[in-house]
Design a protein around this ligand. Structure first.
Ligand code: TRP
Ligand code: ZN
Length: 848
């Protein structure tokens, strides 16, 4: 069915709802195709509102009956909701609606996943469950009665009572409807408990489908670690008697922070050494932490409206990144976050989807759960912390929790807390929330004989449709200086760039220093600076900038290969070789030092330089560089490989994962020299998924993956999450000319369940992420993706719309490719009954 007609919503038009909700009672009579939802809701006129229109959201509902204070009423019902004249005093609204969970393939509202009932209400899914003011500033306690199948029946809050086929739950914490959740089905629980710092015992459970019991231990441990960390670092304790997590196979995103009942994509919580990679374990730990941390940053303090999404998401991403840094390695986490930020958020900022961290308008809010809101939102908080210092940050956060507990707050509230706690004027800083685009910072320097060194910074942000005239922002630039001998002569200092151009002097030096700028990536900007990268790679004391120097060398080498047909740069080869063989460095860190910028990144850089990127050429040059590195290191590789094997029983911790990631980077180089013999040996002896999957990838690259792929499939065909890897890997590792065909063949596989978002993303998402394959000269990648997006849209608009972003960079490419993509975009746009989600994405992508 077509969504309610597209309409643009503006931040500036916010008005509070005319009524407050005092209490919500819901009764669910669950049946796959005819679930009855009975609601009893106490409303009262909202003294803070002037408009008394009584409008309740509601979509895809059939209204069976409606009453006000016990009297039957006849509301005016449209596709979007209902209106009714109501008393100008407190009253009780009762309604009975019927919904069809079995037909709900969009996975928003109440739906069925493998026979299990579950909900997803953020952002606006509750209106598909019953009529309600479905907006985050309307908060209420909820009491829920579930009449359903035998088995597990869960909702938010604390359990009240239960019997055979029924259960009652009460959530004492007022919450917006987007945090509502219900789960019912045949589930098994992995249980544990936790005693809070104030001495309350909390029963913890992770509910999974029978058969998945063996994949729960790690998630539970991560939950307990998160609870402890939030108490120790933020002073925040949990606030209910139970905390439940449920794993669901069919889910649009990673996970959801519903109060007391987090619902997870199975891929974001289930783990075992045999079936999950080290990367999976790390991601699961981070997502569990993220959703748990939302209990305070999101749930206890929620958002006034969806424009404030970054209030909860930016802060919660920042908190989960701090947690991961504490649990694992801070520099390694920083490097991986920055790679991700540049790959996703900078791309967004540089293209037609650019928007501020706090957008000012939208048609479909689901399209704004973006890297800008999440990841740049987290960077903005990181900068704020840098500017006010650790103590200032702590004071401000304590004040935030104190002042706004129970509120639906705004970015203005958030910044006010920092101003009040630290006395700092944040007027200019606020531009980080309102301006789209990534600032570019260029640097010049000078040295005078009197020993004074100065740095001059110039900032400018490229204009975009979202921000046509950007103004100067506050940019914290962490700087250190190294002497000519490589010793640090000035420890890290944070400079505050507030003007378009600004100079900073460092007196008292004895020789011209080498600057190390933007240490720790202290601001989400593009730094235009070409110092002596090889020198910094050898000497920088800041681990991030040392990595960055090596990356810059690699990037320059790749760019020179494209624009000047240059051979791989020896300074890069030698510099990386030194880092790689330096056993005093953390193996995980060394593995990162070896990675070259991605092909998409290179295409962006070339475009920026005014050169049209050629995806085939970029692919070939990447291959040449890796081959050159393998040959340079040929003698060292077997020893390095041997030294990075783990003998101890598998543990997904930082130390072992670092060893394996280094070992597998070395394996990928070795494979270029030994035709895959080492990879075959690793595949045959692997006892965990990290080793098995890395070996398989290398066998495919070496052109001898067929037997291993068949063996892998036979071994794992009944494991959904492992089979996602099997689908994805074949596309990712395909040669550019084969990528679309490989994806096409896989979509014909009996296990290609395209309605399952994980499987769809594993296959089509891998194609979209295969730079040279997606952009294959014949347009096969574009057509393939467009075909499937058109097919998926009526079934699952959210997942379709998100994947449209694959086309956001289309203006970077040559005229032929642009015209092919333009035709596919046109074809998608002209599909009858295209969803609001996809319409908005395609329109934005085509417009700019
Ligand atoms: N709030 C969730 C998070 O960041 C993400 C989320 C938003 C979501 N909308 C969703 C998850 C829809 C699943 C489906 O943790
Ligand atoms: Zn979140």
């Amino acid at each position: 069915m077509r969504d309610a007609s597209p309409q643009t919503i503006y931040l500036r038009e916010y008005t509070p709802f005319g009524y407050t909700v005092e209490e919500v009672h819901l009764t669910f009579d669950l049946a796959p195709s005819a679930t009855r939802v009975t609601s009893r809701i106490k409303f009262a006129p909202n003294p803070k509102a002037t408009d008394r229109t009584f409008f309740l959201h509601g979509e895809n509902l059939s209204l069976v009956s409606a009453k006000i204070d016990g009297e039957a009423v006849k509301p005016v019902v449209t596709e979007a909701g209902l209106t009714l004249d109501v008393p100008d005093m407190p009253f009780t609204w009762e309604a009975e609606v019927q919904i069809d969970p079995a037909a709900n393939t969009a996975l928003e509202g109440l739906y069925l996943s493998n026979g299990m009932y579950c909900t997803q209400c953020e952002a606006e899914g509750f209106r598909k469950i019953t009529y309600y003011p479905d907006r985050p500033d309307v908060m209420s306690t909820f009491t829920v009665r579930i009449n359903g199948p035998h088995g597990t029946l869960l909702s938010n809050g604390n359990p009240v009572a239960a019997g055979d086929g029924w259960a009652e739950w009460h959530d004492p914490w007022p919450k917006p409807a987007y945090l509502f959740a219900l789960v019912a089905g045949e589930l098994v629980a992995h249980r544990d408990d936790f005693v809070t710092m104030d001495g309350r015992k909390v029963d913890l459970a992770l509910y999974v489908r029978p058969g998945d019991e063996g994949k729960c231990a790690f998630g539970m441990q991560a939950l307990k670690a998160s609870m402890t960390w939030d108490e120790q670092v933020y002073g925040r304790a949990y606030d209910l008697d139970v905390f439940n997590i449920v794993a669901v196979d069919d889910f649009n995103m990673g996970a959801m922070e519903n109060k007391g009942l987090n619902i997870f994509n199975a891929s974001a919580v289930l783990a075992s050494p045999e079936t999950s990679t080290d990367g999976n374990f790390e991601r699961i730990e981070a997502i569990i932490a993220h959703e748990y941390f939302h209990n305070w940053t999101g749930n206890r303090i929620t958002c006034r409206d969806w424009f404030q999404l970054c209030l909860k998401e930016g802060l919660t991403v920042f908190r989960d990144s701090q947690f991961t840094a504490d649990m694992r390695s801070e520099p390694v986490k920083r490097i991986s976050d920055v790679i991700d930020l540049r790959g996703r958020q900078f791309t967004e900022d540089q293209g037609p989807l650019a928007h501020p961290v706090r957008p000012e308008s939208f048609q479909e809010i689901n399209n704004f759960y973006t890297a800008t809101v999440y990841e740049k939102g987290a960077e903005v908080i990181r900068m704020l912390k840098t500017l006010v210092g650790d103590d200032g940050y702590k004071t401000a956060l304590d004040l935030y929790f104190d002042r706004h507990d129970g509120d639906a707050a705004t970015i203005e509230d958030w910044l006010q807390v920092f101003e009040d706690a630290t006395g700092r004027d944040l007027t200019q800083f606020k531009r980080w929330y309102s301006q789209a685009g990534t600032p570019r910072v260029s640097v010049t320097d000078s040295y005078k004989d009197d020993g004074t060194y100065s740095l001059t910074f110039t900032q400018s942000t490229p204009p975009s449709a979202a921000t046509p005239a950007p103004q100067a922002q506050v940019i914290p630039i962490a700087v250190g200086l190294l002497g000519p001998d490589g010793k640090e002569v000035l420890a890290t200092q944070v400079l505050e760039l507030t003007k378009d151009t600004q100079s900073f002097s460092f007196p008292g030096l004895t020789a011209r220093p080498v600057p190390s700028i933007l240490r720790g990536f202290s601001a989400p900007v593009v730094l235009d600076h070409t110092p002596d990268h090889a020198f910094l790679l050898a000497h920088d004391t800041d681990p991030f900038n040392r990595w960055e120097a090596g990356r810059n060398l690699g990037r320059a080498s790749l760019l020179n290969a494209v624009t000047k047909q240059a051979a791989p740069d020896t300074a890069w080869l030698e510099g990386v070789a030194k880092v790689l063989t330096d056993d005093s460095l953390d193996p995980a860190y060394r593995a990162y030092c070896l990675a070259l910028p991605s092909q998409a990144q290179l295409a962006a850089d070339l475009h920026e330089m005014g050169t049209t990127p050629d995806p085939d050429q970029i692919w070939a040059i990447g291959q040449d560089h890796r081959q050159a590195l393998a040959e340079t290191l040929a003698d060292a590789l077997p020893g390095l490989y041997a030294r990075h094997q783990v003998d101890a029983p598998y543990a997904p911790d930082a130390e072992q994962s670092g060893m394996r990631s280094m070992g597998n980077v070395v394996l990928s180089l070795l494979t270029r020299l030994d035709n895959g013999d080492a990879a075959q040996a690793q595949f045959d002896s692997a006892t965990n998924m990290t080793q098995q999957l890395a070996a398989l990838a290398n066998l495919i690259r070496a052109g001898r993956g067929d037997a291993a792929l068949a063996q892998f499939e036979a071994q794992w065909k009944s494991d959904r999450l492992v089979m996602d890897k099997w689908f994805g890997l074949q596309v990712m590792e395909a040669k550019p000319d084969d990528a679309a065909d490989t994806a096409k063949a896989l979509t014909g596989h009996a296990d290609f369940n395209w309605k399952n978002p994980n499987r769809f993303r594993a296959t089509l998402g891998a194609l979209a992420g295969h730079h040279a394959g997606f952009h294959a000269r014949d347009g096969s990648g574009y057509t393939m993706l467009a075909d499937w997006l058109i097919r998926l849209d009526p079934v699952n608009p959210q997942t379709t719309a998100r994947m449209c972003a694959a086309f956001q960079t289309w203006r970077r490419y040559d005229a032929i490719r642009q015209s092919m993509i333009g035709k596919e975009l046109e074809r998608i746009a002209s599909t009858p009954n295209l969803s609001r989600d996809t319409t908005e994405m395609i329109t934005r992508i085509r417009e700019a």
